[in-house]
Design a binder for this molecule. Structure first.
Ligand code: FEO
Length: 184
């Protein structure tokens, strides 16, 4: 082996060790990939709700859901990048078909809150696994999602309360539609 070959192989071993040190466990990698899929599904679900609102001419509600779907894509991107930063492999699975119709705007928002509560539970389970695996980096990474989920549930709850309040007022839903159109 030449001096150059030895240097190359030492560099390879070194890089490999660095990779291993920072590497996700098989279990956490799998669970993060599952959460990645859930975030893409969330985007899909909210786009489906946006399309439902479009079909009943509530363009402000539609806009709100489109913005929400974009947020979900940004959540997915965070996980995608984190898996790679930790020398893991992103594996994209099929995205489940979302529901396409709801019986009312209230029913759609109640489903969105239900979905967010489910996602909060998944994040909490992931944190539990990270702690079991002594994976502090994943635990710290997921703390951002804990805070985000508080906001996600609060946002859906706020709209549900407004829909219920405005139900009695004539034209209330159109006033709310105007308000929701302003979401950025
Ligand atoms: Fe990405 Fe709405 O949770």
């Amino acid at each position: 082996m030449s001096g150059g070959d030895i240097a190359d192989s030492m560099l390879f071993v070194k890089n490999n060790e660095i990779g291993r040190n920072n590497m996700l466990s098989v279990k956490i990698e799998k669970e993060l990939n599952k959460q990645l899929n859930r975030e893409y599904f969330s985007a899909y679900l909210y786009m489906s709700m946006a399309a439902y609102f479009q079909s009943i001419d509530l363009s402000g509600f539609e806009r709100w859901m489109q913005v929400q779907a974009k947020e979900e894509l940004s959540h997915a991107e965070k996980i995608y990048n984190f898996i790679h930063e930790r020398n893991g492999k992103v594996v994209l699975e099929a995205i489940e078909k979302p529901q396409t119709d709801w019986e009312s705007p209230l029913a759609a928002f109640e489903d969105s809150l239900k979905h967010e509560i489910f996602i909060t539970g998944c994040i909490n389970e992931l944190i539990k696994s990270a702690l079991e695996e002594k994976d502090n980096a994943t635990d710290i990474f997921l703390q951002w999602f804990v805070t985000e989920q508080v906001e996600e549930e609060a946002n859906a709850t706020k709209v549900i309360k407004k829909i219920k309040l405005m139900k009695a007022a004539p034209g209330g839903i159109f006033m709310l539609d105007k308000e929701l159109a302003e979401r950025e």
